[in-house]
Design a protein around this ligand. Structure first.
Ligand SMILES: Nc1ncnc2c1ncn2[C@@H]1O[C@H](COP(=O)(O)OP(=O)(O)O)[C@@H](O)[C@H]1O
Ligand SMILES: [Mg+2]
Length: 395
């Protein structure tokens, strides 16, 4: 009897031992499963991060890149099928397929120059478990931060690339205009003298007695042609900054008002509303006649661009160094192809006789001669803005 009891006890102990071992194994197995799941999650997250990084490298179009990123984001989250994402950037919104909005959400700001310009958000189906935000893993929070940082860097890089391209274009343009200026100055100089001689001789000949009528007529035509040619040469010289300046202190707003009084009646007739937005007390040291030419030319061009009426906005402002004058119209605009040619001598898209005024090449020369700068921006069908910077009054 006693031996049986001992045997039962031994067996019970063995069972207990086995149970303990079994529990331990179960714990190991659970732990193993947990590690496997974690690893799976980390692989998903890394894969998602890798795809996001790849898109910003291969995609130079920002819209396309953000579109692709928003679609890949839910794949990096634990409950992919119950997740969706949204990126908002400036006025644009990008959504992953089957997007829904819910309270179970995680969000990161997209910072540009330390300012929030948008956000990236991940939403979970609210029916998922408790519907609480604890559903998001710490790693997922870090992942979202990482993606938001990648987007910020991408946007900043895009912006820098664009700026570099623009500066490069502007330099190239300035360079080309400078070469044309040199050539124009040379040609103008060489032609000015012989033309002066032709004019002088024609005028002397006209004074000869007993000149046949036909000869008088022809000499008159020669005189007109030479005067016309000298006008062109004057324009070329102004473009290449060969003309001298008579600088004085001028009140910019008053000068503008004086320059555009002649346009007021025309604007009313043609259904153009003229708006003046002036900052008071802007004094510059400049040649008033030349600046008047600039204003006249730009405002005439603007009215010519608004055959069906529109708005002509003339505004002045200043910063610490410059007076800034902008002339804006809501006219036909300038095509991308033509915009780089606008300051070239003799460039025009108008019919013979329609384009009046000294021309934008002269405007360019005058502004550069005043150590200023002129820029044009335009959207075909919407309008054009010419912005001029002139140094404020010199002490
Ligand atoms: N405000 C404007 N809106 C649209 N196009 C413009 C404007 N200003 C200038 N342009 C374009 O630039 C060209 C050159 O202008 P400009 O040198 O003044 O010569 P013109 O007026 O004699 O044609 C114009 O023919 C026109 O195509
Ligand atoms: Mg013109």
């Amino acid at each position: 009897m006693e031996t049986i009891d001992i045997q039962v006890e031994k067996q019970q102990q063995l069972i207990k031992k086995l149970q303990k071992r079994n529990n331990k194994l179960q714990r190991f197995y659970d732990e193993y499963q947990r590690v496997c799941r974690n690893e799976e999650e980390r692989i998903k997250e890394l894969n998602c991060l890798y795809q996001v990084a790849r898109f910003v490298v291969i995609e130079s179009n920002m819209d396309a890149a953000l579109d692709k990123i928003v679609c890949i984001v839910p794949h990096g989250w634990q409950y992919t099928k119950d997740a969706c994402a949204r990126i908002t950037f400036k006025e644009n919104i990008y959504l992953s397929p089957g997007f829904f909005e819910s309270k179970v959400c995680q969000s990161e700001k997209i910072l540009i120059d330390n300012q929030a310009m948008g956000a990236i958000e991940v939403f979970y189906n609210p029916e998922l478990a408790s519907g609480s935000n604890d559903l998001f893993l710490i790693e997922e929070r870090n992942l979202l931060k990482g993606i938001a940082n990648i987007i910020s860097s991408y946007v900043e890089k895009q912006r820098n690339d664009e700026n570099t391209k623009l500066i490069h274009q502007q330099l190239l343009h300035a360079d080309r205009l400078a070469s044309i200026g040199q050539l124009a100055a040379g040609v103008a100089h060489e032609l000015n003298e012989p033309l002066g001689n032709i004019l002088g001789l024609a005028q002397l000949s006209l004074k000869l007695a007993k000149l046949p009528d036909q000869a008088k007529k022809d000499l008159g035509k020669i005189e007109d042609c030479v005067i016309y040619s000298r006008e062109i040469i004057k324009k070329l010289m102004e473009f290449s900054r060969q003309s001298s300046l008579c600088k004085e202190k001028i009140n910019l707003n008053e000068l503008i008002d004086n320059s555009i009084t002649f346009l007021e009646a025309r604007c009313i007739k043609e259904g153009i509303e003229m708006l003046r937005q002036y900052t008071e007390n802007i004094t510059i040291t400049a040649d008033p006649n030349q600046i008047k030419q600039v204003i006249t030319n730009l405002t005439i061009n603007a009215t010519q661009a608004m055959k069906n009426g529109g708005k002509l906005i003339i505004s002045t402002r200043k910063d610490s160094k410059n007076a800034i004058l902008s002339i804006e119209d809501t006219g036909i605009g300038i095509s991308g192809e033509n915009i780089s040619k606008t300051f070239m001598p003799f460039f025009t898209t108008k019919d013979v006789g329609e384009g009046t005024g000294p021309g934008l090449s002269v405007v360019y020369g005058i502004i550069k001669n005043h150590n200023g700068d002129i820029k044009v921006s335009s959207e075909p069908g919407k309008g054009t803005i010419f912005e001029i910077c002139l140094p404020l009054e010199e002490n």
